[in-house]
Design a protein around this ligand. Structure first.
Ligand SMILES: *Cc1c(COP(=O)(O)O)cnc(C)c1O
Length: 202
């Protein structure tokens, strides 16, 4: 039995650091390629420069979350200089709201359940073509960001001398909420490690 401690990932202290930061990076790359001459083989550290901050300031990122997705998307997007707004339901923890605000993120609080907050955020983001909505219920970028966990796990299994084949099958237990993160990880496991690794959602 092994525990993969995504709670120790930087920025959000959760699996949301995988999908959320990937989606923000990909959006920044897309804007940089359409608004400047960035190419795939350039040193992407240039995206942290003043030149790009000025470009990114014309764009916004919106996400709806009770906490962990907000931390990963919010902190990463604000760091690039995107106008970043997080829609949170009443059950979000105070320290998460405080941390986001301290990082330059606008936090909008709603007195309803999380499931009501997502459509509201999606609607507001849809009004402005310069705003990117990180959609916890339907984003393929989030999904693919989570899937990269399988690339890491493949190496960790090898380093621990764990062979995965017909006679040595591996079961992975994944906590599920909306379902995006465990689905992305399960997709990655099947693509990269193959048919003898099995995902169980809890
Ligand atoms: C988001 C999250 C989950 C579940 O992910 P979903 O994509 O909502 O299914 C499980 N554990 C933690 C700590 C999370 O942040």
């Amino acid at each position: 039995m092994f525990l993969k401690a995504d709670s120790q990932l930087p920025i959000s202290g959760s699996i949301k650091s995988r999908g959320g930061i990937y989606e923000v990076l990909k959006f920044a790359e897309h804007i940089a390629m359409t608004r400047s001459d960035l190419t795939y083989l350039d040193d992407y550290r240039i995206l942290a420069s003043e030149k790009y901050r000025k470009i990114f300031a014309n764009y916004g990122v919106i996400v709806a979350s009770t906490g962990n997705l907000a931390l990963s998307v919010g902190i990463a997007a604000a760091k690039f200089g995107f106008k970043t707004t997080v829609y949170m339901s009443h059950d979000a923890r105070q320290w998460k709201k405080d941390k986001l605000r301290a990082n330059g993120v606008e936090v909008k609080e709603f007195d309803t359940d999380f499931s009501d907050v997502i459509p509201k955020a999606r609607e507001d983001a849809g009004k402005d073509p310069n705003i990117h909505f990180v959609d916890d219920e339907g984003s393929s970028d989030l999904f693919l960001g989570y899937a990269v966990a399988a690339v890491r796990l493949q190496k960790q299994l090898k380093d621990n001398g764990i062979l995965v084949d017909k006679d040595h099958q591996v079961v992975v237990y994944l906590p599920a909420g909306v379902g995006g993160s465990p689905s992305g990880v399960a997709f990655g496991l099947k693509m990269i490690i193959g048919p003898y690794i099995h995902a169980v959602f809890l």
